[in-house]
Design a protein around this ligand. Structure first.
Ligand code: AHG
Ligand code: MN
Ligand code: MN
Ligand code: MN
Length: 325
């Protein structure tokens, strides 16, 4: 089975990027080990602190963030990082050529129930003009990413990765510690009959989303004239992995709970990397008003509505939005 290095070389990734990705994955392997030890390692449960997003931090949020931060800072390849669990950007090597953004532990509420969690990341070039502590260099649209991916800590530890030449899925072989290419060039089916949304938020959605979901739920009796199944992992990384494996549509839409109505998911740490993976697998990723990867961020912790997955289904969902305009 092909190893990560040879696939990255075949995809034309420069040596320094390959080394950076391998460094990042060394951190993820350590997280994978800590996660697998669970209660034995005393890593479960919450801390007494909140992150800048207003969420109570889990011990594993903090541990994973620290592992990735230390690993990337020591590598020398990275000028600065931004993370869901950091208030501001973290300066690293002033001579580093790359910027890394990450969600160190996605789905952290799943830690207590031994369910799916993961790490999501993206990499961009660091501009020459940038000072290492300057957040403005992170305010680039997702189209500027040179690589993005996630590592899923499930029954197997798996990684989805793109450098802009397709999306490939690897499985960690724990006997020798290497990622092996198990699903090359994944393709998300254009049609689907499976959707993912946290339906408990229904009363907060805008009218077009309510109408779209109502039509899915109506099944063969409704205008879609087919039955739909629903899945919700409560970890985006788990839901997106399922979409890459068998298609589907995933939504965390606008809702009216906060003044920006931007939903829950973060552009830099969640929406952009997943959008890149999805597009490279033939899927679509939109905010409801435009392509996720073209959103110009105004601040590093910005949230955006997310509608992504099987192309035809995303287009159908967006058509409800357009009908309302
Ligand atoms: P995180 O654990 O990094 O804060 O992210 C959680 C996110 C995402 O993974 C998931 O899709 C969503 O929150 C779940 O939201 P609900 O609490 O509405 O289910
Ligand atoms: Mn969080
Ligand atoms: Mn997350
Ligand atoms: Mn997180």
């Amino acid at each position: 089975m092909k190893r990560l290095n040879s696939q990255l070389q075949q995809d034309g990734a420069p040596l320094e990027l390959i080394l950076l990705i391998r460094t990042l994955l060394a951190g993820c392997k350590e997280i994978s080990f800590r996660v697998s030890q669970g209660a034995l390692a005393g890593v479960l449960g919450s801390t007494l602190s909140e992150n800048v997003q207003g969420e109570t931090q889990k011990k594993l949020d903090v541990i994973s963030n620290q592992i990735l931060k230390d690993t990337l800072r020591d590598s020398g390849y990275v000028k600065a990082i931004s993370s869901e669990e950091e208030d501001t950007v973290v300066p690293c090597n002033p001579e580093g050529n790359y910027l890394v953004s990450f969600d160190p532990l996605d789905g952290s509420s799943n830690t207590e129930i031994n369910s799916l969690i993961g790490t999501i990341f993206s990499i961009a070039h660091a501009p020459q003009w940038m000072e290492a502590d300057d957040p403005s260099a992170f305010l680039q649209p997702g189209t500027q990413m040179v690589a993005a991916g996630y590592v899923l800590y499930g029954p197997s530890t798996m990684m989805a990765l793109t450098t802009g030449r397709g999306t490939h899925i690897y499985t960690l072989d724990k006997t020798h510690g290497g990622f092996l290419l198990t699903h090359p060039n994944v393709q998300v089916p254009e049609q689907t009959s499976e959707f993912s949304i946290n339906a408990s938020n229904q009363r907060h959605w805008e009218a077009p989303m309510k109408a779209y979901i109502a039509d899915l739920l109506a099944g063969t009796d409704g205008p879609r004239e087919k039955n739909f199944n629903m899945r919700w992992v409560a970890a985006m990384v788990g839901d997106i992995h399922r979409l890459l494996c068998r298609g589907g549509i995933f939504m965390y839409p606008y809702d009216n709970r906060n003044p920006s109505k931007a939903g829950k998911l973060r552009l830099l740490y969640e929406a952009n990397p997943m959008a890149f993976l999805m597009e490279q697998a033939g899927g679509m990723a939109d905010t409801g008003t435009g392509r996720i990867m073209e959103v110009m961020p105004t601040e590093i912790h910005q949230r955006v509505p997310v509608i992504l997955g099987s192309k035809e289904e995303v287009e159908t969902c967006l058509s409800y939005q357009n009908k309302a305009e």
